[in-house]
Design a protein around this ligand. Structure first.
Ligand SMILES: NC(=O)c1ccc[n+]([C@@H]2O[C@H](COP(=O)([O-])OP(=O)(O)OC[C@H]3O[C@@H](n4cnc5c(N)ncnc54)[C@H](OP(=O)(O)O)[C@@H]3O)[C@@H](O)[C@H]2O)c1
Length: 314
Protein backbone atom coordinates (compact mmCIF):
# COMPACT_ATOMS: atom_id res chain seq x y z
CA UNK A 1 0.00 0.00 0.00
CA UNK A 2 0.92 3.64 -0.36
CA UNK A 3 0.43 5.24 3.04
CA UNK A 4 0.80 8.85 4.17
CA UNK A 5 1.58 9.11 7.90
CA UNK A 6 0.99 12.57 9.36
CA UNK A 7 2.96 12.84 12.61
CA UNK A 8 5.21 10.00 11.38
CA UNK A 9 8.29 11.68 12.85
CA UNK A 10 7.01 11.51 16.46
CA UNK A 11 7.29 8.93 19.22
CA UNK A 12 4.47 6.68 17.98
CA UNK A 13 5.00 7.64 14.34
CA UNK A 14 8.63 6.51 14.20
CA UNK A 15 7.70 3.05 15.46
CA UNK A 16 4.70 2.80 13.13
CA UNK A 17 6.57 3.98 10.02
CA UNK A 18 9.33 1.42 10.68
CA UNK A 19 6.76 -1.36 10.94
CA UNK A 20 4.93 -0.27 7.80
CA UNK A 21 8.19 -0.16 5.85
CA UNK A 22 9.25 -3.59 7.15
CA UNK A 23 5.81 -4.91 6.15
CA UNK A 24 6.55 -3.83 2.57
CA UNK A 25 4.51 -0.63 2.33
CA UNK A 26 5.60 2.63 0.77
CA UNK A 27 5.27 5.42 3.33
CA UNK A 28 5.20 9.20 2.89
CA UNK A 29 6.01 11.24 6.02
CA UNK A 30 5.44 15.00 5.98
CA UNK A 31 7.21 17.00 8.67
CA UNK A 32 7.69 20.66 9.55
CA UNK A 33 11.39 20.07 9.96
CA UNK A 34 13.27 17.38 8.03
CA UNK A 35 16.00 17.20 10.68
CA UNK A 36 13.37 15.97 13.21
CA UNK A 37 12.63 12.97 11.01
CA UNK A 38 16.26 12.07 10.41
CA UNK A 39 15.88 8.66 12.09
CA UNK A 40 13.53 7.60 9.29
CA UNK A 41 15.99 8.38 6.51
CA UNK A 42 17.54 4.91 6.63
CA UNK A 43 14.21 3.29 5.70
CA UNK A 44 14.30 2.70 1.98
CA UNK A 45 10.56 2.96 1.23
CA UNK A 46 9.91 5.96 3.49
CA UNK A 47 9.72 9.31 1.71
CA UNK A 48 10.24 12.36 3.94
CA UNK A 49 8.78 15.67 2.84
CA UNK A 50 8.94 19.09 4.44
CA UNK A 51 5.35 20.29 4.33
CA UNK A 52 2.77 22.49 5.99
CA UNK A 53 -0.03 19.98 6.57
CA UNK A 54 -2.43 22.75 7.63
CA UNK A 55 -2.63 23.96 4.02
CA UNK A 56 -5.44 22.02 2.28
CA UNK A 57 -3.67 22.20 -1.11
CA UNK A 58 -0.53 20.67 0.41
CA UNK A 59 -2.61 17.89 1.98
CA UNK A 60 -4.18 17.11 -1.41
CA UNK A 61 -0.71 16.82 -2.95
CA UNK A 62 0.51 14.62 -0.07
CA UNK A 63 -2.46 12.26 -0.40
CA UNK A 64 -2.24 11.85 -4.19
CA UNK A 65 -1.66 8.14 -5.00
CA UNK A 66 -2.21 7.13 -1.36
CA UNK A 67 -4.52 4.24 -0.43
CA UNK A 68 -4.40 5.09 3.26
CA UNK A 69 -3.81 8.12 5.46
CA UNK A 70 -2.76 7.87 9.11
CA UNK A 71 -3.10 10.96 11.30
CA UNK A 72 -0.99 10.89 14.46
CA UNK A 73 -0.56 14.64 14.84
CA UNK A 74 -1.33 15.84 18.33
CA UNK A 75 -0.16 18.22 21.03
CA UNK A 76 -0.49 17.91 24.80
CA UNK A 77 -0.45 21.64 25.46
CA UNK A 78 -1.38 24.70 23.45
CA UNK A 79 1.29 27.17 22.40
CA UNK A 80 0.91 30.64 20.98
CA UNK A 81 0.40 29.52 17.39
CA UNK A 82 -0.71 25.96 18.08
CA UNK A 83 -4.22 25.68 19.53
CA UNK A 84 -6.01 22.38 20.18
CA UNK A 85 -8.74 23.60 17.83
CA UNK A 86 -6.25 24.03 14.98
CA UNK A 87 -4.02 21.00 15.54
CA UNK A 88 -6.74 18.50 16.47
CA UNK A 89 -10.22 19.44 15.19
CA UNK A 90 -9.53 21.73 12.21
CA UNK A 91 -6.71 19.53 10.92
CA UNK A 92 -8.89 16.40 11.15
CA UNK A 93 -11.55 18.14 9.04
CA UNK A 94 -8.92 19.15 6.47
CA UNK A 95 -7.47 15.64 6.41
CA UNK A 96 -10.91 14.17 5.75
CA UNK A 97 -11.73 16.66 3.00
CA UNK A 98 -8.38 16.08 1.27
CA UNK A 99 -8.68 12.29 1.68
CA UNK A 100 -12.11 12.35 0.02
CA UNK A 101 -10.81 14.51 -2.79
CA UNK A 102 -7.83 12.22 -3.41
CA UNK A 103 -9.91 9.01 -3.36
CA UNK A 104 -8.15 7.63 -0.25
CA UNK A 105 -9.80 4.40 0.93
CA UNK A 106 -8.84 4.34 4.62
CA UNK A 107 -8.16 6.97 7.28
CA UNK A 108 -6.61 5.79 10.56
CA UNK A 109 -6.80 8.43 13.25
CA UNK A 110 -5.13 8.72 16.66
CA UNK A 111 -7.42 10.05 19.36
CA UNK A 112 -7.08 9.52 23.14
CA UNK A 113 -8.89 7.58 25.83
CA UNK A 114 -11.45 9.84 27.51
CA UNK A 115 -12.10 11.97 24.41
CA UNK A 116 -15.64 13.32 24.80
CA UNK A 117 -17.52 16.54 24.13
CA UNK A 118 -18.16 16.88 27.88
CA UNK A 119 -14.63 15.90 29.02
CA UNK A 120 -12.99 18.02 31.74
CA UNK A 121 -9.99 19.22 29.66
CA UNK A 122 -9.66 21.18 26.43
CA UNK A 123 -7.24 18.48 25.21
CA UNK A 124 -9.85 15.71 25.51
CA UNK A 125 -12.70 17.87 24.17
CA UNK A 126 -10.61 18.78 21.12
CA UNK A 127 -9.79 15.11 20.54
CA UNK A 128 -13.56 14.44 20.53
CA UNK A 129 -14.10 17.33 18.11
CA UNK A 130 -11.49 15.78 15.80
CA UNK A 131 -13.31 12.44 15.89
CA UNK A 132 -16.59 14.22 15.10
CA UNK A 133 -14.96 15.99 12.13
CA UNK A 134 -14.00 12.60 10.69
CA UNK A 135 -17.56 11.34 10.99
CA UNK A 136 -19.21 14.18 9.05
CA UNK A 137 -21.23 12.59 6.25
CA UNK A 138 -19.88 13.11 2.73
CA UNK A 139 -21.68 15.31 0.20
CA UNK A 140 -23.80 13.45 -2.36
CA UNK A 141 -21.57 11.57 -4.78
CA UNK A 142 -18.44 12.20 -2.71
CA UNK A 143 -16.19 9.27 -1.77
CA UNK A 144 -15.99 8.48 1.95
CA UNK A 145 -12.91 6.68 3.23
CA UNK A 146 -13.52 4.17 6.03
CA UNK A 147 -12.39 5.74 9.31
CA UNK A 148 -10.66 3.77 12.08
CA UNK A 149 -10.11 5.54 15.39
CA UNK A 150 -7.62 4.56 18.13
CA UNK A 151 -7.98 5.75 21.70
CA UNK A 152 -4.93 4.76 23.75
CA UNK A 153 -4.27 5.22 27.45
CA UNK A 154 -0.85 6.65 28.19
CA UNK A 155 1.88 5.20 25.93
CA UNK A 156 5.31 4.06 27.16
CA UNK A 157 8.50 3.14 25.33
CA UNK A 158 12.19 3.92 25.07
CA UNK A 159 11.52 7.40 23.66
CA UNK A 160 8.40 8.21 25.71
CA UNK A 161 7.71 11.44 27.54
CA UNK A 162 6.11 9.60 30.47
CA UNK A 163 8.64 7.40 32.26
CA UNK A 164 11.62 9.32 30.82
CA UNK A 165 10.11 12.61 32.04
CA UNK A 166 9.55 11.24 35.55
CA UNK A 167 13.08 9.79 35.63
CA UNK A 168 14.47 13.17 34.57
CA UNK A 169 12.41 15.03 37.21
CA UNK A 170 13.51 12.61 39.95
CA UNK A 171 17.15 13.03 38.91
CA UNK A 172 16.89 16.82 38.95
CA UNK A 173 15.03 17.04 42.26
CA UNK A 174 17.10 14.54 44.23
CA UNK A 175 14.05 12.26 44.27
CA UNK A 176 11.48 14.65 45.75
CA UNK A 177 8.40 14.88 43.53
CA UNK A 178 5.27 16.87 44.35
CA UNK A 179 2.62 14.92 42.43
CA UNK A 180 -0.85 16.11 41.43
CA UNK A 181 -3.64 13.52 41.03
CA UNK A 182 -1.37 10.76 42.38
CA UNK A 183 -4.31 8.32 42.48
CA UNK A 184 -5.36 8.84 38.83
CA UNK A 185 -5.47 5.43 37.15
CA UNK A 186 -3.89 4.45 33.83
CA UNK A 187 -3.43 1.30 31.79
CA UNK A 188 -0.07 2.11 30.17
CA UNK A 189 0.37 0.56 26.74
CA UNK A 190 3.65 -0.07 24.94
CA UNK A 191 4.35 1.96 21.81
CA UNK A 192 5.18 -1.38 20.16
CA UNK A 193 1.62 -2.59 20.79
CA UNK A 194 0.09 0.69 19.63
CA UNK A 195 2.01 0.48 16.36
CA UNK A 196 1.03 -3.18 16.02
CA UNK A 197 -2.65 -2.22 16.50
CA UNK A 198 -2.45 0.21 13.58
CA UNK A 199 -0.74 -2.36 11.36
CA UNK A 200 -3.28 -5.08 12.21
CA UNK A 201 -6.26 -2.75 11.73
CA UNK A 202 -4.86 -1.88 8.31
CA UNK A 203 -4.72 -5.43 7.13
CA UNK A 204 -7.80 -6.94 8.82
CA UNK A 205 -11.02 -7.05 6.90
CA UNK A 206 -13.87 -5.80 9.07
CA UNK A 207 -11.56 -3.56 11.12
CA UNK A 208 -12.05 -0.52 8.94
CA UNK A 209 -14.98 1.41 10.44
CA UNK A 210 -14.19 0.75 14.09
CA UNK A 211 -12.98 2.50 17.23
CA UNK A 212 -10.31 0.73 19.29
CA UNK A 213 -9.55 1.58 22.91
CA UNK A 214 -5.93 0.57 23.54
CA UNK A 215 -4.75 -0.37 27.05
CA UNK A 216 -1.92 -2.35 28.54
CA UNK A 217 -2.59 -5.29 30.90
CA UNK A 218 -1.95 -3.42 34.19
CA UNK A 219 -4.02 -0.69 35.81
CA UNK A 220 -1.63 1.55 37.76
CA UNK A 221 -1.98 4.83 39.59
CA UNK A 222 0.22 7.72 38.59
CA UNK A 223 2.09 7.27 41.87
CA UNK A 224 2.72 3.58 41.10
CA UNK A 225 4.08 4.50 37.66
CA UNK A 226 6.49 7.00 39.22
CA UNK A 227 7.60 4.56 41.93
CA UNK A 228 8.17 1.83 39.36
CA UNK A 229 10.16 4.23 37.19
CA UNK A 230 12.31 5.21 40.17
CA UNK A 231 12.90 1.60 41.19
CA UNK A 232 13.91 0.49 37.70
CA UNK A 233 16.13 3.52 37.09
CA UNK A 234 17.69 3.17 40.58
CA UNK A 235 16.61 6.67 41.59
CA UNK A 236 15.53 7.95 45.01
CA UNK A 237 11.80 8.66 45.22
CA UNK A 238 9.88 10.68 47.81
CA UNK A 239 6.45 11.51 46.47
CA UNK A 240 4.52 14.39 47.99
CA UNK A 241 0.85 13.85 47.11
CA UNK A 242 -0.66 17.22 46.34
CA UNK A 243 -4.27 17.94 47.26
CA UNK A 244 -6.26 19.17 44.24
CA UNK A 245 -6.06 22.81 45.21
CA UNK A 246 -2.23 22.62 45.10
CA UNK A 247 -2.27 20.36 42.04
CA UNK A 248 -4.21 23.04 40.16
CA UNK A 249 -1.74 25.67 41.31
CA UNK A 250 1.14 23.45 40.18
CA UNK A 251 -0.54 23.24 36.76
CA UNK A 252 -0.86 27.03 36.53
CA UNK A 253 2.76 27.66 37.58
CA UNK A 254 4.35 24.87 35.53
CA UNK A 255 2.22 25.88 32.57
CA UNK A 256 4.23 29.10 32.45
CA UNK A 257 7.60 27.31 32.31
CA UNK A 258 9.44 26.72 29.02
CA UNK A 259 8.44 23.36 27.53
CA UNK A 260 5.27 23.29 29.71
CA UNK A 261 6.20 20.27 31.87
CA UNK A 262 2.65 20.29 33.33
CA UNK A 263 -0.41 22.51 32.87
CA UNK A 264 -3.83 23.22 34.33
CA UNK A 265 -5.33 21.46 31.31
CA UNK A 266 -3.13 18.39 32.01
CA UNK A 267 -4.41 18.49 35.61
CA UNK A 268 -7.99 18.51 34.31
CA UNK A 269 -7.28 15.49 32.06
CA UNK A 270 -5.98 13.66 35.15
CA UNK A 271 -9.35 14.04 36.90
CA UNK A 272 -10.51 11.18 34.63
CA UNK A 273 -9.12 7.65 34.90
CA UNK A 274 -7.51 6.57 31.62
CA UNK A 275 -8.62 2.93 31.51
CA UNK A 276 -10.41 0.96 28.80
CA UNK A 277 -14.06 -0.11 28.83
CA UNK A 278 -13.40 -2.58 26.04
CA UNK A 279 -10.15 -4.09 24.82
CA UNK A 280 -9.13 -3.01 21.33
CA UNK A 281 -5.99 -5.13 21.75
CA UNK A 282 -8.06 -8.29 22.27
CA UNK A 283 -10.22 -7.41 19.25
CA UNK A 284 -7.05 -7.14 17.16
CA UNK A 285 -5.46 -10.30 18.62
CA UNK A 286 -2.71 -8.45 20.50
CA UNK A 287 -1.49 -9.54 23.96
CA UNK A 288 -0.18 -6.19 25.24
CA UNK A 289 3.16 -6.05 27.04
CA UNK A 290 3.21 -5.13 30.74
CA UNK A 291 5.06 -1.97 31.80
CA UNK A 292 6.58 -3.97 34.64
CA UNK A 293 8.41 -6.24 32.18
CA UNK A 294 9.27 -3.63 29.56
CA UNK A 295 10.54 -0.75 31.69
CA UNK A 296 13.84 -2.44 32.68
CA UNK A 297 14.62 -3.02 29.00
CA UNK A 298 15.08 0.69 28.41
CA UNK A 299 15.22 2.50 31.75
CA UNK A 300 17.44 0.40 33.99
CA UNK A 301 21.06 1.60 34.32
CA UNK A 302 22.23 -1.55 32.51
CA UNK A 303 19.96 -0.74 29.55
CA UNK A 304 21.68 2.61 28.97
CA UNK A 305 24.24 1.07 26.67
CA UNK A 306 21.60 -0.56 24.47
CA UNK A 307 20.27 1.17 21.35
CA UNK A 308 16.44 0.98 21.66
CA UNK A 309 16.22 3.08 18.53
CA UNK A 310 17.46 0.12 16.53
CA UNK A 311 14.56 -2.07 17.67
CA UNK A 312 13.25 -4.23 14.83
CA UNK A 313 9.66 -5.43 14.73
CA UNK A 314 9.16 -9.13 15.36
N1 LIG B 1 2.16 9.60 23.88
C1 LIG B 1 1.07 9.29 24.58
O1 LIG B 1 1.14 8.84 25.74
C2 LIG B 1 -0.29 9.45 23.95
C3 LIG B 1 -1.44 9.02 24.64
C4 LIG B 1 -2.68 9.16 24.05
C5 LIG B 1 -2.80 9.73 22.78
N2 LIG B 1 -1.67 10.14 22.14
C6 LIG B 1 -1.80 10.75 20.80
O2 LIG B 1 -0.97 10.01 19.92
C7 LIG B 1 -0.50 10.87 18.89
C8 LIG B 1 1.02 10.71 18.73
O3 LIG B 1 1.61 11.01 19.98
P1 LIG B 1 3.20 11.07 20.13
O4 LIG B 1 3.48 10.82 21.57
O5 LIG B 1 3.84 10.23 19.09
O6 LIG B 1 3.46 12.60 19.82
P2 LIG B 1 4.84 13.32 19.41
O7 LIG B 1 6.01 12.46 19.62
O8 LIG B 1 4.81 14.65 20.09
O9 LIG B 1 4.68 13.54 17.83
C9 LIG B 1 3.74 14.44 17.35
C10 LIG B 1 3.87 14.55 15.85
O10 LIG B 1 2.93 15.53 15.43
C11 LIG B 1 3.56 16.50 14.63
N3 LIG B 1 3.07 17.82 15.05
C12 LIG B 1 3.02 18.30 16.33
N4 LIG B 1 2.48 19.52 16.33
C13 LIG B 1 2.19 19.82 15.03
C14 LIG B 1 1.63 20.95 14.39
N5 LIG B 1 1.26 22.04 15.06
N6 LIG B 1 1.49 20.92 13.06
C15 LIG B 1 1.87 19.83 12.34
N7 LIG B 1 2.42 18.74 12.89
C16 LIG B 1 2.58 18.73 14.22
C17 LIG B 1 5.06 16.36 14.82
O11 LIG B 1 5.63 16.45 13.52
P3 LIG B 1 6.88 17.37 13.10
O12 LIG B 1 7.41 18.01 14.34
O13 LIG B 1 7.85 16.42 12.45
O14 LIG B 1 6.31 18.33 12.11
C18 LIG B 1 5.24 14.96 15.37
O15 LIG B 1 5.58 14.06 14.34
C19 LIG B 1 -0.97 12.28 19.25
O16 LIG B 1 -2.15 12.56 18.53
C20 LIG B 1 -1.28 12.17 20.73
O17 LIG B 1 -2.28 13.10 21.14
C21 LIG B 1 -0.42 10.02 22.68
Amino acid sequence: MNICVLGGSGFVGTELVRRLVFAGHWVRVPTRNLADADRLRVLDTAELRQANVHDPRVLSQLFADCDTVVNLIGILNERRRESFATVHAALAAKVMAAARGAGVRRVLHMSALGAAAGAPSSYLRSKAAAEAALRVAPAAGEAHPAVTIFRPSVIFGAQDSLTNRFAQLLRMSGGVLPLARATARFAPISVLDVAEAFVRALTRSGASAATYELCGPEVLTLEQIVRLTARVAHLPCHIVRLPDVLGRLQGIVMGLLPGTPFSLDNFRSLTLDSVCRESGCAALGIAPRPLLAELPLYLSPSAASLQPDLHLPE
